[in-house]
Every structure is written in structure tokens, then in C-alpha cells.
Design a protein around this ligand. Structure first.
Ligand code: AP5
Ligand code: MG
Length: 193
């Protein structure tokens, strides 16, 4: 099993690159943002609780996202590996993920951290907000709140995995294909170890 965390700020291209990576490596894509939006569209109690937090650009509670990831791991026993997108976002989430993976006798193989400048992030997300229907993309103040939340609570996740030498920084500006090839070359180096 080879498990990857695709790490990076809001708008850094995690979703875009995940689609290409799962097609190439046959991994199961687990995006907590997508799982939460699915709960919202089904109007579940969890979705209703999460929506107001997401609309403010803040993180939903750790136990909510860890619970969703735990069920997703359980319901995919045949997966060749997992690609985590938008998770973990706090040190507590990272510790929970490591425990869940160790119960399955596996671990994170690499953390690929996409590097994109802040103004590029804002411009990508405002642009997507014109068509995406994502309510957290329409207001610049909410986009900036998401970036602040990332700086305050999520950048430490990279520090956490750096202690285990698992983090690789990959340029996240350029064409989608250029960035994809940078990610693949880092994965290929580690998968063959
Ligand atoms: P989530 O859904 O994870 O959103 P995010 O991290 O804010 O990031 P995005 O999905 O907006 O960006 P992305 O990096 O996937 O980039 P994308 O490929 O889409 O989380 C949403 C909310 O859910 C959070 O704010 C929080 O409330 C909650 N949540 C989720 N997970 C949580 C967790 N673990 N803990 C607590 N709360 C959690 O690209 C963005 C745009 O750029 C697109 O339009 C794309 O077409 C474009 N683009 C992509 N690549 C390029 C390129 N190379 N050049 C130009 N444009 C590009
Ligand atoms: Mg995304």
C-alpha cells in the first residue's frame, strides 16, 4: 500500500492534481472537503452543522473529519492506497490519521506540498467562484479567512511530517501538466524504494 497526502493552501490545485494522480496510480481519493459538501447536499445533520463553519472559511471540528476518514478507510478495504486531499489540516488530525493507518499496518509514504503564492490563490478561487457554486469561493473575505486558517492551523502539519522526513515541496504554479509531472517524479522515486 502506498499512501499520499497532497498538501497545500486553498486553491493550490489539490483537487485538480488528485484527479490525475488517482488515474495514474490507482489510489482511492479521499477529500474531506468533497465528503463535507456531499453531506451538505444531502442535508444531513453533519452537513447542516458543517455548512455554517465552511461558509465562514473556518475548519470544522477534528472529530467530525476524523470520523469521516475513519469510515472511508473502513469502507475501502481493497484499496491499493489512499490519496488524502485537504486532510489532515491540524496536528491532531495528523496524529489520528497515523493511528488509523497503523491499525491497517500501513503509513503515509510521502507528503507532497504544493507551493503557490497568496495572490495567485486568491485570484484562482475568485475566478472559480464565478462558476463553481461553492459559497466559500464567492467572497474575497472568506477566501482570505481560509488562507489565514491554513497559516494558523495547517502549516504545522508539514512540520509534523518533516520530523519523519516525509515532506517534499513541489512548485504549484505553471501549467497543470508541468505540476503533475513534478508530483509524479517525486512519487516514482519513493514508490520504487
Ligand atoms: P476544501 O474543499 O479542502 O477546500 P480548500 O482546501 O480550501 O481548497 P480548494 O478545494 O478550494 O482548492 P484545491 O487546492 O483543491 O485547488 P483546486 O484544484 O480546486 O475545504 C473546504 C472547507 O471544508 C474548509 O474551508 C473547511 O471548512 C472544511 N474542511 C475540509 N477539510 C477539512 C479538514 N480536514 N479539517 C477541517 N475542516 C475541513 O484548484 C483551485 C482553482 O484553481 C480551480 O478553479 C482550478 O481549476 C484552478 N487551478 C488548478 N491548478 C491550476 C494551475 N496550475 N494554474 C491555474 N489555475 C489552476
Ligand atoms: Mg479541493
Amino acid at each position: 500500500m502506498f499512501n499520499i497526502i497532497l498538501f497545500g493552501p486553498p486553491g493550490s490545485g489539490k483537487g485538480t492534481q488528485s484527479e490525475k494522480l488517482i488515474a495514474t496510480y490507482g489510489l482511492k481519493h479521499l477529500s474531506t472537503g468533497d465528503l463535507l459538501r456531499s453531506e451538505i447536499s444531502q442535508q444531513t445533520p453533519l452537513g447542516l452543522e458543517a455548512k455554517s463553519i465552511m461558509d465562514r472559511g473556518q475548519l470544522v471540528p477534528d472529530e467530525v473529519v476524523v470520523g469521516m476518514i475513519s469510515s472511508a478507510l473502513e469502507s475501502n478495504p481493497q484499496a491499493k492506497g489512499f490519496l488524502f486531499d485537504g486532510f489532515p489540516r491540524t496536528v491532531a488530525q495528523s496524529e489520528s490519521l497515523d493511528k488509523l493507518l497503523s491499525l491497517k499496518n500501513t503509513e503515509i509514504g510521502v507528503v507532497l506540498a504544493l507551493e503557490v503564492g497568496e495572490e495567485e490563490l486568491v485570484s484562482r478561487l475568485l475566478n472559480r467562484g464565478l462558476t463553481s457554486g461553492r459559497s466559500d469561493d464567492t467572497k474575497e473575505s472568506v477566501i482570505r479567512a481560509r488562507i489565514t486558517e491554513y497559516k494558523n492551523k495547517t502549516t504545522v502539519v508539514a512540520d509534523y511530517y518533516s520530523r519523519f522526513n516525509k515532506v517534499v515541496h513541489v512548485p504549484g504554479e505553471g501549467t497543470v501538466e508541468e505540476i503533475f509531472s513534478g508530483l509524479c517524479s517525486e512519487i516514482d522515486k519513493r514508490m520504487s524504494l
